[in-house]
Design a protein around this ligand. Structure first.
Ligand SMILES: [Zn+2]
Length: 143
């Protein structure tokens, strides 16, 4: 692959813009550069890398993509019909944020478990300290 100079976005300071692949209905498989933070707003920088394909080919690639995603179970979660490549990923992002929410709930449950275990552990430590102190005091009383 030939060397290509990196693309910089409009952030301040400018950052290296990664290359993405659009899976929108109008530009399936067409590569573009966008701000590394495009999923969370970013600076709005978007620039196409590939030229626009004739509709005949973009339709074909779109149909093939739909079939691959259907067969691999990705379904329509990541499908976008918008021209904007950043917005085209919005459905995918929603699926990811749902997964993150589910994980956060699990994390809270585990945190509660850890707190409960800490409480139990502290009780055991306190009992041991009292026991050892009792032994020491008992020995001292003997001598
Ligand atoms: Zn940027």
């Amino acid at each position: 692959m030939a060397y290509e100079p990196e693309k910089k976005c409009r952030c301040n300071p400018p950052r290296k813009a990664p290359r993405w692949i659009s899976w929108s209905r109008h530009n399936p498989g067409r590569r573009y550069y966008a701000c590394v933070d495009a999923m969370h707003g970013g600076c709005g920088y978007v620039e196409w890398h590939d030229p626009e394909l004739p509709k005949k080919f973009s339709d074909l690639i779109g149909d093939l993509k739909d079939e691959v995603w259907r067969l691999t179970g990705l379904g329509s979660a990541a499908r976008g019909d918008d021209e904007c490549p950043v917005l085209a990923n919005a459905g995918h992002e929603e699926a990811i944020s749902n997964a993150i929410e589910a994980l956060q709930v699990q994390l809270k449950e585990k945190d509660a478990e850890i707190e409960a275990l800490k409480g139990k552990y502290m009780n055991v430590v306190m009992i041991c300290i009292v026991f050892v102190l009792g032994l020491v005091v008992g020995k001292m009383a003997v001598y």
